[in-house]
Design a protein around this ligand. Structure first.
Ligand code: ES4
Ligand code: ZN
Length: 326
């Protein structure tokens, strides 16, 4: 078995995956057809051609309008099932999946429609594909914190199905501290907390500092710019904070995969895991991300095994179940 095959097969947890980022061109077309939504593109190739971007804003400008095809509970179910099927084929045994309720409720789709579809997929996939998972509700940081708070309130009847909350979308001018009150309330309601600290943002280290000190996060999504601040790095390590990095995504929203930074953090002993972010848009699922980093950093099987182990160690599984995977 070559290293790429090993990378795809090794049992792993996925901790940084946006369900809405798993919308493959073929499914987008099928859902548009089913819901009578006109699209300018008529073939999967044409849709794929629109999936091109050079930075985060040009990505988000394609990403949000694509979601229009997601309308019914079955649509959300089909989206999540397609992902869970593929993830299972690339070694994922446990997944903590982000979803963006505001990107649906803001266009008239009910919160309960979204979560019912995703929840049913998780139950079905556990039986069909031997993969289990949890949902993490993300707030859109480029919208007002009062909308995030209202969304948190709307989620409370579904709290048993949401393990934690996250913060995503456009980070420019939207630091973690802006959402400190929402995140404090979420924590008081029993949710775990994670926050995107995207690569190469302005004030990256300051955003990471706010996430750790002011939001008391349980994990950080991306966060590779922590290499710039030795004190923060030491603190993240001593707190056992996981960093969920996404090599292929990095290559799209920046000019590089950030191999050196990822390996520096990994070698320093932080709980760095490899993840896919938005696999339908960034050219690969999680195993492909393991394989891409293995190639770029010339990783050994032992190192890949350590990355996979990190993914379970920094997951939000209960210790008893986590131990079963380690
Ligand atoms: C995202 Cl790559 C990225 N960055 C920020 N927010 C996001 N939501 C989905 N993908
Ligand atoms: Zn992300």
């Amino acid at each position: 078995m070559d290293i790429a095959e090993f990378a795809r097969r090794i049992p792993k947890a996925e901790l940084h995956l946006h369900l809405e980022g798993t919308l493959e061109p073929e499914l987008k077309l099928a859902l548009a057809h089913r819901n009578n939504i006109p699209l300018t593109e008529t073939t999967a190739e044409e849709v794929r051609d629109t999936y091109t971007f050079t930075d985060l804003s040009s990505f988000l400008a394609v990403y949000y309008p694509s979601m229009e095809v997601l309308q019914t509970e079955d649509d959300f179910f089909d989206l999540a099932m397609a992902y869970l099927n593929r993830a299972s084929a690339q070694g994922v045994r446990h997944v903590e999946m982000f979803f963006d309720p505001q990107s649906h409720t803001s266009r008239g789709v009910q919160f309960s429609t979204v979560i019912r579809g995703y929840r049913r997929a998780l139950i079905t996939a556990r039986r069909s594909f031997a993969i289990q998972g949890e949902l993490i509700m993300c707030f859109l940081r480029d919208m007002d914190p009062s909308f995030a708070m209202a969304t948190l309130m709307e989620a409370l009847p579904h709290r048993d199905w949401i393990i934690g909350v996250g913060l995503d979308s456009d980070e420019r001018g939207n630091p973690p501290a802006k959402f400190a009150a929402v995140m404090a309330r979420a924590r008081a309601e029993g949710f775990l907390v994670t926050v995107h600290c995207d690569i190469d943002q302005q004030d990256s280290a300051e955003h990471i500092r706010q996430a750790i000190h002011e939001l008391q996060v349980d994990r950080i999504d991306h966060g590779t710019n922590i290499v710039e601040d030795r004190r923060l790095l030491r603190e993240a390590k001593s707190r056992g904070l996981g960093l969920t990095v996404c090599p292929l995504s990095n290559g799209f929203v920046s000019d590089a995969m950030k191999t050196d930074e990822i390996m520096q953090l990994f070698d320093a002993g932080l709980l760095v895991s490899i993840n896919s972010d938005d696999p339908a848009y960034f050219g690969g699922y999680i195993g492909d991300n393991y394989a891409a980093l293995a190639k770029a950093a010339d990783l050994t099987r032992e190192q890949l095994t350590r990355f996979a182990r990190n993914s379970f160690e920094s997951s939000w599984l209960s210790p008893r179940i986590r131990d079963h995977f380690l």
